[in-house]
Write a protein that binds this ligand. Structure first.
Ligand code: ADP
Length: 298
């Protein structure tokens, strides 16, 4: 069972010839709205990976029902979502023809997840359950969730994304830290260590935080640092069209595959991330377990 405590956003994706410069007005080719937010994307990925998934988060009064409905349609349990008297979280995603993107996120309701709900739900977790956290809701919420779930015996997976900017953003009671190269660099610096490449940095971060560490490397796959041993899991070679949600797909799949030996879970997550970059969008690009297994068997 996977419990995600995190962000839920209404994403608006605009495709343009080139990103606007300050003071410039540009026309978008089209606009698409979809469910997004790292928490929601990871919940959807874990559900498509076959896990029993529960989402704890907050949505706004207006489009909240729509966002909750989109999660529920994926089979995610939404009974514990808070309805806040704020606009729902939003992300404006600008994607240009060269594949560059700029993203603006408005936290909105994501800042209003109720402590009482987090405490109650995380206290009910048990050994074998997985709690998944990111860095898109208040750190105090993630801290409370991690401490409560850890005390209950659950495994805590923290995807430190977006990259933490202050040492006060680092959370305790984490079993597995998942980062991309940029986030690994940021966490390494916040721990007072000068980064010297992912292979050295995962070891340094693991030693200081007392966690296992997985670092995703885009087309190069992922590094796994567990109990002092480093392993590299390659990604299949694919034609990338949109890398949005590759990391979220990876994290959701990894959490849903926690009952497998770690190398097998990471192989699944790597394959799922690679499939996600071959398709447009965030949640719509996340593959199903059947698609991932077909590729792994090929
Ligand atoms: P993020 O989206 O957080 O920056 P990464 O870019 O590291 O994360 O991607 C996460 C995972 O998605 C990688 O570990 C890999 O499995 C897959 N992936 C991402 N980009 C590519 C790519 N160009 N080719 C193949 N796989 C990719």
């Amino acid at each position: 069972r996977v419990t995600v405590v995190g962000s839920i956003n209404a994403d608006t994706s605009l495709r343009l010839v080139s990103l606007p410069l300050p003071g410039e007005t540009v026309l978008a080719r089209d606009a698409a709205r979809s469910l997004g937010g790292k928490g929601a994307n990871q919940a959807v990925a874990a559900a498509r990976a076959g896990a029993d998934v529960r989402m704890i988060g907050a949505v706004g009064v207006h489009d909240g029902e729509h966002l909750a409905g989109a999660l529920a349609a994926e089979g995610v349990d939404t009974a514990l979502l808070t309805r806040a008297e704020l606009p729902s979280g939003q992300a404006l995603v600008l994607l240009d023809d060269a594949g560059e993107n700029s993203i603006i996120v408005v936290a909105g309701a994501n800042a209003a997840i109720e402590d009482a709900v987090v405490r109650r739900a995380c206290a009910e977790l048990a050994r074998g359950d997985v709690l998944v956290l990111q860095h898109e809701v208040p750190v105090a919420t993630s801290r409370l969730a991690a401490a409560t779930a850890s005390a209950a015996g659950a495994t805590v997976v923290w995807n430190a994304a977006p990259a933490p900017t202050s040492a006060a953003d680092l959370i305790e009671h984490v079993d597995l830290l998942v980062v991309n190269e940029h986030e690994l660099d940021a966490v390494t610096r916040l721990l007072g260590v000068e980064p010297s490449g992912p292979e050295q940095d995962v070891a340094a971060v693991s030693a200081r935080l007392g966690t296992d560490v997985v670092c995703t490397l885009g087309p190069a796959g992922a590094l796994v640092y567990r109990s002092g041993t480093l392993a590299r899991v390659p990604a299949p070679s694919v034609t990338a069209v949109d890398t949005t949600a590759a990391g979220d797909t990876f994290v959701g799949y990894l959490a849903a595959s926690w009952h497998l030996p770690l190398p097998d879970a990471v192989r699944r997550a790597t394959e799922a991330g690679a499939l996600a970059v071959t398709r447009h969008g965030a949640a719509p690009s996340i593959p199903t377990l059947a698609e991932v297994e077909r590729r792994l068997a090929a």
